[in-house]
Design a protein around this ligand. Structure first.
Ligand SMILES: Nc1ncnc2c1ncn2[C@@H]1O[C@H](COP(=O)(O)OP(=O)(O)O)[C@@H](O)[C@H]1O
Ligand SMILES: [Mg+2]
Length: 290
């Protein structure tokens, strides 16, 4: 059964789609058979995978019962376009509306090892569907003034989904994303996040123009700028650590040595140990952000 992870945040522009594509790429390199689901009507993930915008069926057809999810996979993604906004409206009047994606993914869950769901920039019905279909919720938060509030709201929705519809759902963690760690503000945000949400990852995804550039070229960050993509390798290692998959952690470390030669990624911090490992590439505050 595929481990299903919903990647969400309370708003847009926090790096959800970039996180989905980067983790999908890393999972693929580890030979984890991974399906991605674009649950955002803006279809950014589908664009990244270069899916023909007119392709059918899409997630909209799956949610309205016109197609099976396994028949709606194109280039490794169940794509989305604006029709998904319409499908969401249609869905809202139906019985079991929150369970639709979960039911639709049943067959795909048997065929894949992992499913990553890229959520829309709202905490509405599509995100709830993703959370009900998921085993884990992964939150992305950008370092800005309302990020704490945004994370709190997203966590409330996760809790609602768990309490009412999906008791198996667990929070995988909160990632500080698109962060310029040279600014005091970003460093303070990280500290506050850690204080309020113990599930905050040690790994921070640093701000870099390389993400936009690599998206434009439809190239994984690890191919385009491995020195930046190493942040996602660190995140993947920390995720596998939390999932209690030590073999996968080791594989990520091997991959890091391969694609970003030099010192291995810092080991995942053990409870009670210093938060930043000594091994490089350490996320030192003096790191250039671009
Ligand atoms: N670590 C990063 N540093 C700088 N820009 C980033 C980073 N991650 C994503 N971006 C860029 O920020 C914008 C929003 O990211 P995206 O992943 O689309 O967010 P969301 O899916 O939450 O709306 C995109 O232009 C993307 O290329
Ligand atoms: Mg997005």
């Amino acid at each position: 059964m595929a481990l299903t992870i919903a990647i969400l945040s309370q708003k847009g522009g926090t790096g959800k789609t970039t996180m989905t594509r980067s983790l999908a790429d890393i999972f693929g390199r580890l030979d984890i058979n991974t399906l991605t689901v674009d649950a955002d009507p803006q279809g950014n993930l589908s664009d990244y995978f270069d899916v023909d915008p007119a392709v059918e069926p899409t997630l909209a057809d799956v949610l309205t019962g016109r197609a099976k999810a396994v028949d709606a996979i194109h280039d490794g993604v169940v794509p989305a376009n604006l029709a998904l906004a319409e499908a969401e409206l249609m869905l809202s009047g139906k019985m079991g509306r929150e369970l639709t994606l979960r039911n639709a993914l049943r067959e795909a869950k048997r065929r894949y090892d992992a499913i990553l769901i890229d959520c829309p920039p709202t905490l509405g019905l599509l995100t709830v569907n993703a959370l009900v279909a998921a085993d884990r919720a992964l939150l992305s938060a950008e370092a800005e003034y309302f990020s704490m509030q945004g994370v709190e709201q997203a966590l409330e929705v996760v809790e609602l989904a768990r309490d009412n519809l999906n008791p198996e759902l667990e929070v995988l963690g909160v990632v500080l994303n698109i962060a310029n760690m040279r600014t005091r503000h970003a460093r303070e945000t990280l500290e506050t996040l850690k204080k309020h949400f113990p599930g905050t990852f040690e790994t921070v995804i640093r701000r870099s123009i390389a993400y936009a550039e690599s998206a434009e070229r439809a190239v994984p960050i690890l191919d385009y700028r491995p020195d930046r993509g190493v942040d996602y390798l660190r995140l993947a290692a920390e995720i596998f650590e939390r999932l209690e998959m030590p073999d996968r952690v080791e594989q990520v470390e091997e991959l890091a040595a391969e694609v970003a030669p030099g010192p291995a990624p810092a080991p995942v911090a053990q409870p009670g140990s210093a938060p930043q490992g000594q091994a490089a590439p350490a996320q030192s505050q003096s790191d250039p952000d671009l």
